[in-house]
Design a binder for this molecule. Structure first.
Ligand code: ASP
Length: 439
């Protein structure tokens, strides 16, 4: 049995948090590979070290004095080192960083130092080997992550270390320059290491005890999701439920390694398990509810549309020509509706409409704005009759008008369109019917 453990920024923001992490790792000798993020916020209003690094490098780029900003970053690390009573001296590292900033080593390099230095501290604190991610996480010439080469190089390297710390968030280009993943990318590193080391579990430690059935800003104290499949998670995160970086799913998914989301501040909680497939039923038919505001719908009508081959393609071509991606396309016999993000669509509205007229020659086009989409997701829906009925009667009960319904053929989700102003009421009503009253 072996595990990869990734710790997020809030779990490593201070010496006090580091100590909790140390206890978690020492409590289980199968926790062999540790992926640290950079120190995050210690309190509300604090600044993440990654953001401090971006700002500091911004000064260097503008040829402004960045020494003070770099000293503040060094102080953040020194506070951790002192709090842990370590002998470690990072002044040599900071001299190198200063020189490289002066030589304009790049924004990616700058941001990556947050994880790099935290990795150095973590390795010293745990007595584990330090493996620089730049040597084992590899990108190709185009800057795309090179999954297969990384898996080979990293796998071979890890065979030589029983216990190791590998900093998250970055790797290197073929020319040796540092490249980072997008923000929150340490989650991705954890998943890549889990695959290469062929571990049994990827534990992702953060500051919440797993995924919640609904957004806590809308539902007070929502229930936690015990087990969720990768596919369900994808549906929910597409709709804005974010705890894990989207790309973190792929490397472990292909190997069937489960991810366990855990809380550093409550290590006794089981957290949420993200798995390939499961026969564990969720307690409530639905697994989760998520949604987003700010969509608009473009409703296109044309007599005998159903008989016209290629009509849909022509309509979507007008969107493509204007660089707008569509989100959903529910259709009727002589109608077709395209949902798009309002902020993307707004500026190009008339161009798209003209494009549809030119390409598809519809009878009528109508646009509606300020819409929200809500996804009700659950693997249990497939085997349960009446799920849709329950959703719609709950919405009718609270006077929410449903503008669109889209059920994927996988029966994994039902997507509902409502007015922006009905968004919160709709989520509350759905949560209530499935989780609270369970009628
Ligand atoms: N430190 C980076 C960020 O703030 C990466 C991470 O934490 O995963 O985005």
């Amino acid at each position: 049995m072996s595990k990869v453990v990734k710790f997020g920024g809030s779990s490593l923001a201070s010496a006090e948090q580091f100590k909790k992490v140390g206890e978690i790792i020492r409590a289980d000798s199968t926790r062999r590979y540790v992926i640290p993020s950079a120190p995050g916020k210690r309190f509300d209003g604090d600044t993440k070290v990654t953001d401090m690094l971006y700002a500091c490098y911004g000064l260097a780029q503008q040829e402004k004095d960045f020494a003070r900003a770099l000293m503040e970053i060094a102080a953040r690390y020194q506070e951790i080192i002192d709090g842990l009573g370590l002998e470690l001296d990072l002044s040599g590292e900071f001299r190198v960083i200063e020189d490289n900033f002066r030589d304009k080593a790049g924004e990616n390099y700058a941001a990556s130092r947050g994880e790099y230095l935290n990795g150095r501290i973590m390795a010293a604190y745990l007595g584990f080997a330090f493996v620089d991610a730049a040597e084992v996480i590899l990108f190709d010439e185009q800057g795309n992550f090179d999954a297969e080469r990384t898996n080979e190089v990293l796998g071979r390297r890890l065979e030589t270390c029983e216990y190791a710390v590998i900093p998250g968030f970055y790797g290197s280009m073929p020319d040796g320059s540092v490249k980072t993943f997008s923000r929150g990318g340490s989650d991705v590193t954890g998943s890549i290491v889990a695959r290469a080391a062929m571990v049994d579990v990827y534990e992702n430690w953060t500051d919440v005890s797993g995924f919640l059935v609904a957004d806590p800003r809308i539902i007070e104290d929502p229930k936690k999701i015990e087990t969720i499949t990768y596919r369900e998670l994808r549906e929910l995160s597409y709709m804005g439920a974010m705890v894990l970086h989207e790309d973190a799913i792929f490397p472990v998914r292909r190997e069937g390694i489960p991810i366990n989301i855990r809380n550093t501040n409550a290590p006794e909680d089981d957290g949420t398990w993200i798995v390939g497939s499961t026969c564990q039923k969720s307690e409530y038919v639905i697994t989760g509810i998520a949604g987003k505001k700010g969509f608009c719908s473009i409703n296109i009508e044309k007599d005998m549309m159903n008989a016209e081959i290629g009509f849909g393609r022509k309509v979507l071509q007008a969107f493509e020509e204007n660089g707008i991606s569509f989100e959903h396309v529910p259709s009727g016999i002589d109608t077709m509706t395209v949902f798009a993000h309002q902020d993307e669509f707004m500026h190009k509205e008339q161009k798209v409409v003209a494009g549809i007229h030119r390409l598809a020659k519809p009878d009528f086009i109508d646009i509606e704005s300020d819409l929200a989409l809500i996804a009700v997701v659950g693997r249990g829906m497939k085997s349960t009759r009446g799920t849709a009925g329950r959703i719609f009667s709950a919405l009718a009960h609270v006077n929410v008008n449903v503008k669109m319904i889209d059920q994927g053929s996988s029966e994994l989700n039902i997507i509902i369109g409502v007015a922006n102003e009905d968004f919160e009421a709709a989520i509350k009503a759905i949560y209530d019917i499935f989780v609270v009253t369970r009628i």
